[in-house]
Design a protein. Structure first.
Length: 279
């Protein structure tokens, strides 16, 4: 009888051990600021050539992707542990608040308004708002957009900036993604697309659009790209800033810029200093 009870007790202990092991072995997003979990979810764009693009085979490419991968590596994650999550402009703050992603590297300009809802590490790139036009367009300056159709993406500040300060009579068209704006420009449904010059350069360099579009070359604003993190996570912000500084100092930032923007002949700015926002 005692042997049976001992055997039963041993079996119970073994079952509890197996259950505990199983509960702790599943994939999970890193829940702390120190990194090193089984995987990490990072928000990026899926439709921005040169910055954040999902290829037909499901892989990802672009400057933001390279920055995010480098930062994740410094946090203790290998490329195979990274899960890239599509994060559209209008949903970035909500994605961080919900905990859908650990951080966002998605052409996320640092603004005072956004800093009320999220925190930022960086900046890691200084871009400028510009216009993408058809090669035969007569638009030469911002005020030429009065009476024209101007396209940008829902949740982006670019089109509103022009409407409020430069061309109040421009007609604004908003779509969910930049690919739709570019298609509208190609078809003649809009006269110009506005967003950051880095984004526009990536689209203009695509094989299917080569020779059709041009950048106006206007520096209509300064866009300081930061890595968005959940409000109040000071420890993660510090770690990401350290990673970005290392990316610049070891030459990885320069290599990523040349690889992703070089083919578009994009005249990029030098790496900005962490915490310095160019107004």
């Amino acid at each position: 009888m005692k042997l049976r009870k001992a055997a039963a007790a041993s079996a119970a202990v073994l079952a509890l051990a197996v259950t505990a092991t199983a509960c702790g072995s599943g994939d999970k997003n890193d829940s702390g600021s120190s990194g090193g979990g089984s995987k990490i979810k990072i928000g990026i764009k899926y439709d921005q050539p040169g910055l954040g693009l999902q290829r037909p085979d499901g892989s990802f490419a672009g400057f933001d992707v390279d920055v995010a991968t480098y930062v994740a590596g410094q946090l203790g994650y290998k490329p195979g542990q990274i899960e890239f999550v599509q994060t559209k402009s209008a949903d970035r703050e909500n994605a961080l608040a919900r905990g859908d992603v650990k951080f966002i590297a998605a052409t996320y300009s640092i603004t005072d308004e956004r800093k009320q809802k999220v925190d930022f590490a960086g900046p890691y790139l200084l871009a400028h708002q510009d216009l993408l036009l058809k090669n035969d367009s007569k638009i030469a300056k911002g005020t030429d957009l009065n009476g024209k159709k101007l396209c940008s993406v829902t949740g982006s500040t670019s089109a509103q900036n022009i409407h409020d300060t430069i061309a109040p009579k421009a007609s604004l068209k908003e779509y969910s993604g930049y690919s739709e704006c570019i298609a509208a420009l190609q078809s003649g449904a809009v006269d110009a697309v506005t967003t950051d010059d880095s984004i526009l350069a990536g689209f203009a360099a695509q094989d299917k659009y080569k020779g059709q579009f041009k950048l106006a070359g206007l520096k209509l604003s300064n866009e300081n790209y930061g890595i968005g993190i959940k409000k109040g996570d000071a420890a993660l912000e510090k770690k990401i800033n350290t990673a970005l500084e290392k990316m610049v100092s070891d030459g990885s930032w320069q290599k990523a810029v040349e690889k992703n923007f070089g083919p578009a002949h994009y005249k990029y700015e030098q790496a900005p200093k962490i915490g310095v926002i160019v107004k």
